[in-house]
Design a protein around this ligand. Structure first.
Ligand SMILES: Cc1cc2nc3c(=O)[nH]c(=O)nc-3n(C[C@H](O)[C@H](O)[C@H](O)COP(=O)(O)O)c2cc1C
Length: 250
């Protein structure tokens, strides 16, 4: 093993932070590391917006379903897929409309995600903790208004970053055999792997320190998946929101 792999395997989301700010120079190093991530055809179709103003963080926390960690974290980063920059670049030469489809939407979303995860690793290597906040997609229009996003930009997720003020246990993942296949997708044996993971998560929640179990969270992973996906389709408003922001999803 090496230090990078050790660091990656120590990841756990942090939801309580000390009040100390992140020095601007360190934040920029974190974001530069984010920018070093691979990007589809070098299109770099993302932007990140740092929010530190307490009142604004409070509004984002509310929009994300009262997620207090946003208020507590010294910096709240909002990672956006951004086709606006490409629109501007192409229009330096010709007055054209971007030829959009689901693929272009995905490129922006993937680019934002890769940069964010690179930034995560950089932040963790400096001793910071973080948590992604998909909750901002509960009210993407509210977030868009607060950030004054132009058309062709949408908030993919937020990210709280700060010095950890808690030490939660590392959350176990599925057995490698449940995600790793050789040559072709192995359909047999997945139930067994999931059963094994259910037992792992049951023991984890029974003995976990320093994080607390999320409110309604089920202790078995498969039951938690059932709870989440049986009755509701998630965030049904997203299609109309994205279309309104100028994305064409076809
Ligand atoms: C795209 C994305 C969105 C997430 N949104 C939230 C969120 O809104 N609130 C939260 O507390 N955690 C959020 N998380 C954190 C996950 O719950 C967490 O990563 C997962 O349970 C695994 O735990 P770990 O990060 O501690 O290993 C999000 C994670 C990802 C990747």
């Amino acid at each position: 093993m090496n230090d990078v792999i050790e660091l990656l395997k120590k990841h756990r989301s942090i939801r309580k932070y000390k009040p100390e700010p992140i020095p601007q120079q360190e934040l920029e190093q974190i974001l530069l590391a984010g920018q070093a991530a691979s990007t589809s055809s070098n299109i770099q179709a993302y932007s990140v917006i740092a929010v530190t103003d307490p009142e604004r963080k409070r509004k984002f926390a509310e929009l994300a379903g009262n997620q207090q960690q946003i208020v507590e974290s010294p910096v709240f980063l909002v990672w956006c897929a951004d086709l606006n920059k490409i629109h501007i670049a192409t229009n330096l030469h010709e007055d054209v409309e971007l030829q959009q489809n689901v693929e272009l939407f995905l490129l922006g979303t993937i680019d934002a995600t890769l940069a964010a995860q690179n930034a995560t690793i950089a932040a963790e290597s400096l001793g910071y903790g973080m948590v992604y906040i998909g909750g901002i997609r509960n009210n993407p229009q509210g977030v868009t208004d607060l950030l004054e996003l132009p058309p062709l930009v949408y908030p993919v997720f937020g990210m709280c970053v700060g010095i950890p003020d808690q030490e939660p246990d590392i959350r176990p993942r599925l057995p490698l055999a449940a995600i790793y296949h050789q040559e072709v997708y192995k359909k047999d044996g997945l139930e067994q792997e999931i059963n094994a993971y259910d037992e792992t998560t049951r023991v984890y929640y029974a003995t976990r320190k320093g994080g607390g179990k999320g409110g309604e969270q089920e202790s078995k992973w498969s039951r938690e998946m059932l709870r989440r996906f049986k009755a509701n389709r998630l965030r049904e408003h997203l299609h109309d929101f994205l279309t309104g922001q100028g994305f064409r999803l076809r």
